[in-house]
Design a protein around this ligand. Structure first.
Ligand SMILES: Cc1ncc(C[n+]2csc(CCOP(=O)(O)OP(=O)(O)O)c2C)c(N)n1
Ligand code: SF4
Length: 300
């Protein structure tokens, strides 16, 4: 949990597997990397057993590139497709039993603060929509009400993908799935609104086909969670298997869904804006200077 864990012990370098040496020498640890440099450094997540073309995997890759300090980050996950990739990354991963992930992350985040004091150790939960909005709902909401300082990311593929296509609370009304053949009878849950009501300091919705935007929301969410409070990102990460999206149309689908019903949205509390500005030099929240035209009477 520091740069030390990605260094070689003295004299061992030549015995380490090439993959490991590449990670130490060309990985993102201790450097500032960005999604626009993808392909020029070794990513923490490269191999995984998820379906070819799965948008969830792309999102997880982008999110991990965006972590402000990957060497000081622990991810927490649970049953579901996403953990198959998250657990393969060169970042420590803790598995919570299905639905327990926000309870586990609460304890972990508090423990790390006791152990490491002021040195930020970031805890990031990534779980499916079933794990977050159904089975883990109570623990998720309570962690938000308690203002636990970690980030929750919902990998929203709008289905239980890992178990073959049951409906979740995040499935859209009317959707017919392999194991919901009569169609879902209720509306998709509004977890964004619930996150705001529960007091999250940062809430965003995003799709993976805009890497810079994914990078921006992840960075803000993780930084705000260090000191201000709970943060929530809801990412549309389609399941090409259960929704029969051809592999080469996955990004097209993401764009269409974004335009139709998954617009980018971002809520930031005033306290979080002030914190990002003062602590991390964000200037997008500073008051805009009045335009010269506005000062002249009669000019718009
Ligand atoms: C306590 C418990 N109940 C049920 C399961 C079976 N199970 C594994 S993954 C999963 C569904 C995952 O769906 P979701 O959270 O939406 O993630 P996805 O696979 O769609 O990414 C279920 C029900 C389990 N592993 N543990
Ligand atoms: S079942 Fe769906 S969500 Fe799971 S890995 Fe395959 S495409 Fe991705």
């Amino acid at each position: 949990m520091s740069l030390d864990y990605v260094k070689f012990s003295n004299g061992f370098e030549k015995f380490m597997p090439k993959e490991y040496r590449d990670m130490v020498e060309h990985g993102p640890f201790g450097k500032k990397v960005s999604v626009s440099q993808m392909g020029s450094f070794k990513e923490v997540l490269e191999e995984h057993p998820m379906c070819a073309g799965c948008a969830m995997t792309l999102f997880i890759r982008l999110a991990m590139i965006a972590f402000p300090n990957p060497e000081d980050t622990i991810t927490v996950g649970t049953a579901g497709c996403g953990r198959l990739a998250i657990s393969q990354a060169a970042i420590p991963f803790v598995y919570g039993n299905y639905g327990d992930q926000n309870g586990v992350a609460s304890g972990l985040s508090r423990g790390l603060r006791l152990r490491f004091g002021d040195k930020p150790k970031d805890v990031v939960v990534m779980a499916g929509d079933g794990g977050t909005a159904d089975i883990g709902f109570q623990q998720v909401l309570h962690s938000w009400f308690r203002k636990e300082r970690f980030t929750t990311i919902m990998l929203d593929n709008e289905v239980y993908g890992n178990t073959g296509g049951q409906e979740s609370g995040m499935t859209n009304r009317g959707a017919v799935l392999k194991m919901a053949p009569l169609g879902k009878k209720f509306e998709k849950m509004d977890m964004v609104q619930m996150a705001k009501v529960a007091g999250c300091a940062y809430v965003a919705t995003v799709v993976p086909n805009n890497p810079r935007r994914v990078e921006s929301v992840i960075k803000k969410a993780v930084l705000i969670a260090r000191e201000v409070g709970a943060t929530y990102i809801q990412a549309y990460t389609s399941c090409n298997i259960e929704y029969a999206i051809p592999t080469d149309k996955v990004m097209e689908d993401a764009k269409t869904v974004e335009n139709d019903r998954y617009d980018f949205s971002e809520y930031i509390s005033d306290e979080a804006k002030q914190y990002l500005t003062e602590r991390y030099g964000y200037n997008e929240f500073l008051p805009k200077p009045a335009s010269p035209a506005a000062a002249i009477p009669g000019k718009a």
